[in-house]
Design a binder for this molecule. Structure first.
Ligand code: NAP
Ligand code: G4F
Length: 347
């Protein structure tokens, strides 16, 4: 491992991973520069929730604008750049494919160009994704599994991934790509299915909503805890040689299974009935329907199954996830229960 007290530039600082990574790097003595795009309202609630908003140096940063990236790199002089910013919501990428490609694909390339021209010694981490495996060609998926993306998001991220590999091979950049499987937390955006379910069940439990609408209940994901995964990102960047690593738990669960666990945590006795779009989830105790299917949440193409093998990361990086599925579910339920009770659902 390298000596610390360095400067790290994190793009997407206000997202889920940005917040956890900032906390990790601050704890290691880094100066953390957080890139955020301009917004008419302040947007640092996740950093505030972790109690670190005052410890980060903020810079205006939008992956759309090359000159902006160049100035950020020139003025902030980072030793390490963690490119976490993205249009990260798969469903939206079907609605906004061009924007998604601009940010997730070309945005990555813009950064690599900026580094190559300004200071090729900067170490670079690219937030790649298991969505690149899409229609999976092997089970479980690892660093050797061929890619077959199934969404504009997956396609765009694949461009970012191969650009990272290409700049490493062409120009010798210390550029690594983390192929991360789904990772969740109490800081997860509420549009993603896990958080949608924990927040949805909390609002139903406390009488603020009647029913939660979901899409495909049978999709399977390998869900880990975001706090564990940012440790893996940092470890990749500290390696003497850059590389590509899968971070995953090695376990997969259906959306249905996640909903059942959450319902149980909130004291519901969930029973499924009906088929396909008519399927419902009823609370046996109250007789009320608490889950319905809304086909608007189906996707034009689905990733049915993700299951990752973290073996390489465990062997070479010494990384191992600490939080399992049960603990993750409980952590998210408890956080949303408290937020709804306190009337403080900020993100
Ligand atoms: P997130 O919560 O959605 O955060 C994404 C961040 O990117 C937000 O802070 C957002 O800014 C910022 N952003 C979006 N467009 C931007 C632009 N044009 N310029 C600058 N910043 C922009 O995502 P996350 O879950 O933390 O994920 C972090 C990264 O890992 C993403 O690249 C995602 O695609 C990738 N990834 C995530 C997972 C996962 O399961 N979480 C798995 C694999 C890969 P605002 O705050 O202003 O919206
Ligand atoms: O929570 P999701 O929206 O996450 P998804 O699509 O797997 O993407 C996340 O993980 C990727 C890594 O594999 C990241 F790269 C990406 O940035 C993001 O963080 O959906 C998970 C599954 C899907 O199969 C979806 O169809 O849940 C299914 N689902 C069922 N009902 C739903 C819903 N998803 C959402 N968002 N909302 C629903 O109501």
């Amino acid at each position: 491992m390298r000596e610390l007290t360095k400067t790290a530039l994190i793009t997407g600082i206000n997202g889920q991973d940005g917040a956890y990574l900032a906390r990790l790097l601050l704890s290691k003595g880094y100066r953390v520069v957080g890139g955020m795009r301009r917004s008419s309202t302040p947007n640092v609630q996740r950093l505030e929730e972790l109690g670190i908003a005052n410890d980060v140096t903020f810079v205006d940063l939008d992956l759309f604008e090359l000159t902006n990236l160049i100035r950020c790199v020139e003025t902030q002089k980072p030793d390490e750049i963690y490119n976490l910013a993205a249009q990260s919501f798969v469903a939206l990428s079907f609605e906004q494919p061009l924007y998604t490609a601009e940010i997730d694909a070309l945005g990555t390339l813009r950064f690599l160009e900026a580094i190559r021209h300004i200071n090729p010694k900067i170490r670079f981490y690219q937030a790649s994704t298991s969505e690149m495996f899409g229609k999976v060609q092997a089970i479980p998926q690892d660093e050797t599994t061929p890619f077959y993306p199934r969404s504009p998001y997956g396609v765009a991220k694949l461009f970012g991934h191969w650009s990272t590999v290409n700049y490493r091979e062409s120009y010798g950049l210390h550029a690594s790509s983390g192929i991360l499987f789904n990772h969740e937390s109490p800081l997860r955006g509420r549009e993603f299915v896990t958080r949608k379910i924990t927040l949805g069940m909390a609002t139903i439990r406390h009488g603020q909503a009647e029913v939660l609408e979901l899409g495909n209940l049978d999709a399977k994901r390998d869900w880990g805890f975001a706090g564990d995964y940012v440790e893996g990102m940092w470890r990749m960047v500290q390696q003497e040689r850059p590389g590509d690593y899968v971070l995953a738990t090695g376990e997969t669960h259906t959306v249905r299974n996640f909903a059942e666990k959450v319902a149980q945590w909130f004291g519901f006795d969930l029973a499924w009935s009906g088929q396909a779009e008519r399927e419902i989830g009823t609370d046996r105790k109250s007789g009320k329907v608490i889950i319905r299917i809304n086909p608007n949440f189906y996707r034009p193409a689905e990733v049915d199954l993700l299951l990752g093998s973290p073996r390489l990361a465990e062997e070479k990086l010494g990384w191992k996830r600490k939080v399992g599925f049960e603990a993750l579910t409980e952590m998210m339920c408890a956080a949303d229960d408290r937020r709804v009770l306190d009337g403080r659902v900020q993100f």
